[in-house]
Design a protein around this ligand. Structure first.
Ligand SMILES: Nc1ncnc2c1ncn2[C@@H]1O[C@H](COP(=O)(O)OP(=O)(O)O)[C@@H](O)[C@H]1O
Ligand SMILES: [Mg+2]
Length: 269
């Protein structure tokens, strides 16, 4: 077993418990604003990849933000590991966020810095005062290199992040997320800026991480075939409500149609 595997392998004791459990969640951004999530239930179990499907404005990003405490929960419960996100105690927010690895559409790398340094910044999560760049511990550097190897781009470690292709940058971002030893990974439209071939590669990488490291991965997508091809379960959101939820193997384009019925009020982004 590699160092990486030992570090992120789940405890057997909690395999059967969902790592994230959301019940009857409602979110609104202001007291007099409409609900943007309403009656949402979601479990994320270790080892599985759940595709969150929905058109623009349906609430995908908001649902992810509730898990990291960035969205205003109006009612309902959000449990992430040991954290009761709706009722966090003082000082718990940083710890919660250090447990959650995040991957974004625009990669969010620091372009001028090397690939290796970008991955190392993942180890700063949850740390106290930020270390000076360049003073990372050698154990961290070894681990960052192992993770770059895990995502298939160890040979790019010394290059500036901005010199990489989009698909390669997203793999760096995934390695950076893993550097946190995350208990859950949230990937918000991680392939929306990638071509179809890269999209498949990145989604399969996320899925293999979920399976092999036992970390649940929630990945938002707006393309039905990608969700059908690269997930174990699909949850479909429409106007902030779950309209489809099931095992991917049991779903097809017909069952997913309710997620995308044409509606003139949607897609205002
Ligand atoms: N910070 C915010 N303040 C107010 N409204 C917001 C905010 N973020 C998102 N919304 C609204 O919440 C709804 C859901 O948005 P979002 O979660 O970004 O959907 P998606 O990620 O599926 O595109 C939209 O109507 C959007 O305008
Ligand atoms: Mg979004």
């Amino acid at each position: 077993m590699s160092v990486v595997e030992m570090a992120v392998r789940p405890q057997l004791a909690d395999v059967a418990e969902p790592h994230v459990r959301i019940r009857d969640l409602a979110v609104r951004y202001a007291a007099d604003a409409p609900l943007v999530l309403d009656g949402v239930d979601l479990d994320l179990f270790r080892g599985e990849t759940v595709a969150l499907l929905g058109s623009s404005g349906s609430g995908k990003s908001t649902l992810m933000k509730t898990i990291t405490g960035f969205a205003p929960i109006a009612s309902g419960s959000v449990q992430a590991g040991d954290f009761d996100v709706a009722h966090l105690r003082r000082g718990q927010l940083r710890a919660l966020r250090s447990h959650v690895g995040q991957v974004f559409q625009q990669f969010n790398l620091i372009g001028r810095l090397s690939v290796l340094t970008n991955v190392l910044t993942g180890s700063l999560h949850g740390a106290g005062p930020v270390n000076m760049l360049g003073t990372f511990r050698s154990a961290d550097r070894r681990r960052a290199l192992e993770l770059l190897d895990r995502v298939g781009i160890a040979h790019k470690a010394g290059q500036e992040a901005r010199s990489l292709s989009g698909g390669q940058q997203q793999r760096v971002a995934i390695a950076r997320a893993l550097m946190q030893n995350p208990r859950v990974i949230l990937a918000d439209e991680p392939v929306a800026s990638l071509d179809p071939k890269m999209s498949r590669t990145v989604l399969e990488l996320l899925r293999s991480i979920a399976r092999e490291e036992g970390i649940p991965v929630l990945v938002s997508l707006h393309v039905v075939p990608l969700a059908l091809a690269h997930s174990d379960r699909i949850v479909g959101l429409r106007h902030g409500r779950i309209v489809v939820s099931g095992r991917t193997a049991d779903l097809g384009a017909d069952q997913l149609a309710p997620v995308y019925d044409i509606d003139e009020n949607e897609g205002d982004e």
